[in-house]
Structure formats: C-alpha cells, structure tokens
Design a protein around this ligand. Structure first.
Ligand code: CUA
Length: 326
C-alpha cells in the first residue's frame, strides 16, 4: 500500500490548510489583549490552534471517510485484507508530530523568555550555587562551564534585557486568604485594586502571607505564583485603558473562588490623580489612628474606619452593606 497522492488528496490538503489557517486566527477563544506582551502569547496560542485544527480535521476526516467508504455492504461476509503495517506511513506519522512538538517547544520557550521567564532567576541576584538548586535553572547550570555568574548567563541565553526594560513602576503584590493587596512603595499607597498607567512598563514583586496563590490577569496573558517566603516577579506593559479581572489561579482554601479583584489601566494622568487621592485618604487614616488611641470616645464605625480602609473597604461599600441590612 502506498501513501495516497492523487489530485483529490492534494485539494483536500489545500482546503484543510486554508481552513486551519483561518480558524487559527479567528477562533475567538481569547479575551481582549490588553498588554503589549499579550500578542506574544496569542501568537503561540494561534499557531497551536492552527495545528490542532489541521490535526483534528485530518483525523476526523479520515475516520468519517473510512466509515463511509469501507462500510460492510449487504451480503459481504468476506474477511478484510491481511496487512502488516506500512513503514512509510509510520515514519510520516511519527516524524510530523515530532517536528511539530519540537517547533512548539522552541517557540514556547522563546515566548517564555521574551516575557521575562528567566529574568526572575537573574533578578534575585541569588548566589550561583543556590540558583542552580532552584527548579527551572537547568540551563544556567548547563552553561555553568563558561565561568560567568548565573545572571549574565541567563541574559546571554535570552532573558533579553531589551524585552525587560527598567520598570517605570514597581508594585509589591501580596496574596493572602482571600485577597490581593497592592503596595506602591514610591508613594506609600496601599490598595485592594491594582491601578496601572497605560504604556508604562510595570514590574510586580509578588509574595504570599499564608499559602500559595497565583496572580492571574487573563487580559494581560500573565500568571505568576505567589509563594510564602519567596518573591516572584511579573513584568508587563498595559496597553488598553480599561478594567480587567485579577484572579487567583491556585486553589488556596475555602474562598479561593472569591479571591478576585480588578486591575484598572488608566492614562498616566488619571493614574497620578488616583495616587494623589489615595495619599490623601492615607493621611486622613493616620489622623484617625491617632484619635483611635482613645477608642472609648468613638463609635464602633469610627473605630473600625481605618481598618476598613486597610482592607480596601470604602464608604461606598459600607453604604451598600447598610442598605442591604434594611
Ligand atoms: Cu488565593 Cu486561590
């Protein structure tokens, strides 16, 4: 038996390629791409979608074709023809997937790198010995012979300083059961929502207070674990002004499903105005705290107000709560 190679197979192959290429770009499965980095992930995803569509159509197409073409006709009680494999076909269907997986593997690693995948290792400035013990640093270890510090090797491999420029804004992110806290060290602002200025390169230093959480913004195509006792990083450049969900992507306890907040991408002007308004809130908090030294003279609401602000509860939330009470 030879590999079928007539004109209808060729036409089917062309049609299949066109359909796959079209669907790979028009599947509509991904949310809005709100960061510069999102296009890297989307490119990879779309390529995998193109290949998957092609494979799906080939496999399902051949099955359906065979079910129809080789079905048992009435009165036919003969055996099928005896067959002992087909070496060219087997080489073909082993070789093609091997090449596909190799290409996807290299491409994925490139995307991982371009998004700063190796950078967190380097940015820690960990001693080389320690860096080598960390999972995922196999490459740094392999290239160890060159006698360079791990940081330089990681950059040489392609942690690409060009793709990970000096951040315009650094934010400390803390995950805890069951909330995200965002701390802006430059301005002293603490918030339960992440505000970022569009077009600015943002670096998040992520940690956790209790158990492992994962910081995920689908619209930015970024996700990073939040690990107690360790700082992990994420870098991105928000592109589209808007409000997007921040989701905890690691089962972290009973209320994991409700561990959500928002990232608000604003124009730099709006962002600066927000920082200022938050600083004013923080200042009035300090005043409240001084008064709170003598809690007997305060109502419960007054006493709890600064703590409520710390938890990201503002007067609007309280008003809503009171309304729902009545
Ligand atoms: Cu935190 Cu799930």
């Amino acid at each position: 038996m030879k590999i079928p190679s007539n004109i209808s197979t060729l036409l089917a192959g062309i049609a299949l390629t066109l359909v796959s290429l079209w669907f790979g770009q028009n599947h509509g499965l991904l949310p809005e791409a709100a960061s510069e980095e999102a296009s890297l992930v989307d490119g990879l995803f779309n390529m995998m979608m193109t290949i998957s569509t092609g494979l799906f159509l080939i496999v399902e197409g051949v099955i359906i074709y065979c079910v129809v073409k080789f079905r048992r006709r009435p009165g036919d009680t003969t055996d099928g023809a005896p067959m002992h494999g087909n070496v060219p076909l087997e080489i073909l269907w082993t070789g093609i997937p091997a090449i596909i997986i190799l290409v996807i593997g290299v491409y994925s690693f490139e995307v991982y790198n371009a998004m700063g995948g190796l950078d967190p290792m380097a940015a820690h400035g960990m001693p080389q010995q320690q860096a080598m013990k960390m999972p995922g640093s196999a490459i740094a270890a392999t290239l160890n012979q060159t006698d360079k510090p791990a940081t330089q090797i990681a950059e040489g491999v392609g942690a690409t300083p060009a793709q990970s420029p000096v951040p315009d804004l650094e934010i400390e992110v803390t995950g805890l059961q069951f909330a995200w806290i965002f701390n802006y060290p430059d301005s002293g602002v603490v918030s339960g929502e992440l505000h970022v200025p569009a077009g600015n390169h943002v670096k998040l230093n992520i940690s956790a207070n209790d158990v492992i959480h994962a910081f995920w913004v689908p619209e930015f195509r970024i996700k990073q674990d939040a690990i107690p006792g360790r700082t992990t990083q994420l870098q991105f450049t928000p592109k589209l002004v808007g409000t997007y969900p921040v989701i905890c992507a690691e089962l972290c306890g009973g209320y994991h499903g409700s561990m959500k907040t928002q990232v608000i991408v604003e124009t730099p002007e709006e962002f600066n105005a927000w920082i200022q308004s938050q600083q004013e809130v923080a200042n009035s908090d300090n005043l409240n705290r001084i008064v709170a030294l003598n809690p007997q003279e305060m109502s419960t609401g007054e006493f709890l107000a600064p703590y409520a602000a710390e938890m990201g509860i503002n007067s609007d939330t309280l008003a809503q709560l009171q309304h729902s009470h009545h």
